[in-house]
Ligand binder design. Structure first.
Ligand SMILES: NC(=O)c1ccc[n+]([C@@H]2O[C@H](COP(=O)([O-])OP(=O)(O)OC[C@H]3O[C@@H](n4cnc5c(N)ncnc54)[C@H](O)[C@@H]3O)[C@@H](O)[C@H]2O)c1
Ligand SMILES: [Zn+2]
Ligand SMILES: [Zn+2]
Length: 347
């Protein structure tokens, strides 16, 4: 099989690789039909997040067909179509039972191998899935693979952001960053009945997409704080979902949230310190919430949202390419070439 491996900052290579094997009775091997590049892959690609071993197969978003099962696997058989959250989970440890499967005592992140330990990624012909019974979810027949793929990370992270933000009727939620995760956060906020969703970005095409998802677009180059205040009786948003992952975005979030509000950060931050002073939170009585999305918890409920066809999710995926064009796909997504918002690769 072939797969995309990390070789160093801005160096991704398409390589011939051995097929993964069942190494534990709870493993499943999935033949990948669709895999996507995530904003989280860009942190590694750009060299902002370090520690990944060169040679690691990238990727944590995938849908595929089960082709082999370990002797203890009970819920899946060869031929089943499955979607995976971006990390594995045992379903039994205290953290899994408390609703944080993304921090499972035995969990691993797909596409993260550090100092020889970890789990290979899914931007390849096949991927090994440990603890398959508690990690994977069967994709219902009436859902397209591409739609199900979004449930494993992007859409679940949007729901997580909206949950942390306390999105609810009567509340204005500002979404900072209109990449796939920000767009999914708009969905999460609307599904929870938010009164108004304001979406902020600098890229006009993404703002247009945000509007199609039901948000009011705000261009950050154009006095964003003033625009937010104008739409919130001069007070600011009840909560801000920050879906960027930079210090400047954190500071912008503090600016546009109202006193007593919540900052829900789903962006992955690699800075050494918070982008704002502790006093900035104190002075507005703010709550700061963040973390790796417990994606496994949301997948089934998202199938219902996908079926409803309420949102133009097909438009969230700007590019569909064969896996063998993956190196180019990384360049396009990194540099936002040709209006690139999300790339789905087909091995
Ligand atoms: N918490 C989790 O479990 C989880 C899961 C998936 C992704 N993520 C993270 O979510 C973030 C977004 O992912 P994505 O795939 O949408 O990435 P992306 O890079 O496609 O989107 C980021 C968007 O933010 C915009 N932006 C940059 N600076 C801004 C600013 N100051 N104000 C407003 N907008 C700004 C960019 O123009 C871009 O449209 C990443 O940091 C990713 O790692 C976290
Ligand atoms: Zn991701
Ligand atoms: Zn667990």
């Amino acid at each position: 099989m072939r797969g995309l491996t990390f070789q160093g900052p801005r160096k991704v290579r398409l390589e011939p690789l051995p097929f993964p094997e069942v190494t534990h009775p709870g493993d499943v091997i999935v033949e990948v039909t669709h895999t996507a590049i995530c904003g989280s892959d860009l942190h590694v690609y750009r060299g902002d997040e370090t520690g990944l071993d060169p040679g690691t197969i990238l990727g944590h978003e995938f849908v595929g067909r089960v082709v082999e099962t370990g002797s203890e696997v009970q819920s899946f058989r060869s031929g089943d179509i499955v979607v995976s959250p971006f990390s594995t989970c045992c379903g039994q440890c205290p953290l899994c039972r408390e609703g944080i499967p993304s921090r499972c005592d035995h969990g691993q992140l797909f596409g993260w191998v550090e100092k020889g330990r970890g789990l290979q990624g899914a931007q390849a012909g096949c991927v090994r899935v440990p603890m398959a019974d508690t990690t994977l979810v069967a994709v219902p027949e009436d859902l397209a693979h591409e739609e199900a793929l979004l449930a494993g990370d992007v859409l679940s992270t949007g729901c997580f952001g909206a949950e942390m933000a306390g999105a609810a009727p009567g509340r204005t939620i500002a979404v900072l960053g209109c990449g796939p995760v920000g767009l999914a956060s708009i969905i999460g906020a609307r599904e929870r009945g938010a009164h108004q969703v304001l979406a902020l970005d600098s890229i006009d095409e993404r703002l247009a997409l945000a509007e199609r998802f039901g948000a009011t677009p705000i261009q950050v180059a154009d006095a964003p704080k003033r625009q937010v205040l104008d739409r919130t009786d001069g007070r600011g948003a009840h909560s801000v979902i920050e879906a960027v992952g930079t210090a400047s975005a954190s500071r912008a979030a503090v600016e546009i949230v109202r006193t007593g509000g919540t900052l829900a950060s789903v962006g992955v931050h690699n800075e050494a310190n918070f982008g704002f002073a502790p006093g900035a939170l104190y002075d507005k009585n703010l709550t700061y919430r963040t973390g790796r999305c417990p994606a496994r918890r949301y997948i089934e409920e998202l199938f219902g949202i996908l079926r409803s066809k309420t949102y133009p999710l097909g438009e969230l995926i700007s590019h569909r390419m064969p896996l063998h064009d993956g190196v180019r796909a990384y360049e396009m997504f990194d540099q936002k070439i040709d209006g690139c918002t999300k790339v789905v690769l087909q091995p």
